[in-house]
Write a protein that binds this ligand. Structure first.
Ligand code: ATP
Ligand code: MG
Ligand code: MG
Ligand code: MG
Length: 473
């Protein structure tokens, strides 16, 4: 099961896309679009608010959304869900984090499917031991005239969670609201026991499954939504910490490079993960604050919110000033230190945002370019690029550089590819091999039919000799 942050994120998205037919949508900007009730985007559901309220433009793409999943950039600083004051003090709250989520709109599916998908992903795909998972459900709110959500309780019991680990809480914990106004509903949550399932549990909240049914109006009243929806959110940083066997989100590949960069840049003793009274001199707290805040600043500025005088910009200015305070006064950082951390943020976020496949291909691309350049040096002014080289670059056992990319790269150099030679090679290959898609599917690999068609169009026959080969298509 995956542990590196990029692989964990990928596994979440492909689980919902491939196993449960969800459409993947990109993260929205952290700057809310046309929603004055928010300072920053604070949850994955924000961009879908018009769907919940039933105000979505029927001609928009969103109007067709039924099952979707994504990873959303979230900022919780200021407003209802602000965690600004807690950052640095604990090992699980950030002002910027990524929220993994799945949605079912208009009753596409509801509580039972949402809970069983979440359970399947955590226990089967990520391999988290069941006895380290606890769940909670909404115990009701008599003042608001809301009864307990016994349906969710029973769903968990049916999924095999023992009653001793199914707890109920009131509206503070298990009734989720986006802001002072907006969509809301009872929720059921999955928590992870850091104590390893033995002795007194130490729980960290992992995943929230919200059943959107109401809208909180400006006068404080609850109105029913036109339809019911599933809205879930799980913190990527916390999930990665669990899967990397860490108690702290800071001890993961999402933060370690950043903590190293802070250490390099300010000469304070290295980060050692102490909290509370144990963190004498508050060095580790300062490390966490600075690492957190520089991520938030970088992401917000990239999304078009800069430190300023009011609203979200003012919050950002406060964040910047806290980071300056902690880095200079606690970590004894030199002037210009904060700015020098930005490349490390870009690196950690890119390393994690770029999928593993993309990262792997980048290396192939660079090597392919070097091979092409070396080959070009040997060519005379009127030579064509040798088919054998292009062909071998395209083999998955080598670099898996698609022929159309090789052609493009050569086009830029003004050198034609020996297409006749390529065709000859292809025919030779065809004498030995024929296409059979089944063995590929049996290996659990998907055939890229589009690329296959493209190759056939070019007269390059696909082969079935190794699953790897087909995979790289
Ligand atoms: P907590 O009780 O830990 O503050 P929450 O109940 O405020 O979390 P939700 O609004 O339910 O969080 O958000 C869904 C998920 O997002 C949480 O279960 C958690 O995994 C993650 N999450 C929430 N706040 C943060 C944060 N400040 N930093 C990192 N992850 C977070
Ligand atoms: Mg919270
Ligand atoms: Mg909570
Ligand atoms: Mg919660």
């Amino acid at each position: 099961s995956p542990t590196q942050a990029a692989a964990v994120r990928d596994a979440f998205l492909s689980f919902f896309r491939d196993r449960h037919g969800h459409r993947l949508v990109p993260s929205a900007s952290v700057r809310p679009r046309g929603d004055p009730s928010l300072l920053f985007v604070n949850a994955g559901m924000n961009q879908f608010k018009p769907i919940f309220l039933g105000t979505v433009d029927p001609r928009s793409e969103m109007a067709g959304f039924r099952r979707v999943a994504n990873s959303q950039k979230c900022v919780r600083a200021g407003g209802r869900h602000s965690d600004l004051e807690d950052v640095g003090r604990d090992l699980s709250h950030h002002t910027f984090f990524e929220m993994l989520g799945n949605w079912a709109f208009g009753g596409e599916y509801f509580k039972e499917e949402a809970c069983s998908m979440a359970w399947e992903l955590l226990t089967q795909v990520y391999g988290i031991p069941e006895d380290q998972l606890w769940v909670s459900y909404f115990g009701g709110d008599p003042k608001a005239g809301l009864g307990p959500d016994l349906e969710s309780r029973d769903i968990w019991l049916n999924l095999g969670v023992p009653a001793s680990r199914v707890l109920s809480f009131g509206p503070e914990e298990n009734f989720w609201e986006m802001g002072d106004t907006g969509p809301c509903g009872p929720c059921t949550e999955i928590h992870y026991d850091l104590a390893g399932g033995a002795g007194a549990p130490q729980l960290v909240e992992l995943w929230n499954l919200v059943f959107m049914q109401h809208n909180r109006e400006a006068d404080g009243s609850l109105q029913p939504l036109p339809q019911r929806h599933v809205d879930t959110g799980m913190g990527l940083e916390r999930l990665v910490a669990v899967l990397q066997g860490r108690r702290s989100t800071y001890d993961t590949d999402l933060f370690s490079p950043l903590l190293d960069a802070i250490h390099q840049g300010c000469g304070a003793p290295p980060y050692s993960g102490r909290v509370g009274a144990a963190d004498e001199g508050r060095t580790d707290t300062a490390y966490r604050v600075v690492a957190d805040h520089i991520r938030t600043l970088s992401v917000c500025i990239a999304d078009g919110v800069s430190p300023g005088m009011s609203g979200a910009p003012l919050v950002l200015r406060r964040i910047l000033r806290r980071a300056v305070r902690f880095s200079t006064e606690v970590l004894r950082a030199p002037p210009g230190f904060l700015g020098s951390l930005v490349p490390a943020v870009v690196e950690t976020l890119i390393a994690s945002l770029v999928s593993e496949d993309e990262a792997a291909f980048l290396a192939s691309l660079q090597r392919g370019r070097r091979v092409i350049e070396r080959t070009l040096k040997r060519l005379g002014p009127s030579d064509v690029f040798p088919a054998e080289v292009a062909w071998s670059l395209s083999l998955s056992g080598n670099l898996g550089l698609p022929l159309d990319l090789v052609e493009l790269m050569l086009e830029e150099k003004g050198v034609p590819l020996d297409t006749a030679g390529l065709e000859r090679l292809a025919q030779e290959e065809a004498q030995h091999r024929t296409l059979q898609a089944e063995p590929v599917q049996e290996q659990g690999l998907r055939l890229d039919v589009h690329a296959l068609g493209e190759l056939q169009r070019r007269g390059v026959p696909p082969t079935d000799d190794s699953p790897k080969y087909s995979y790289s298509l």
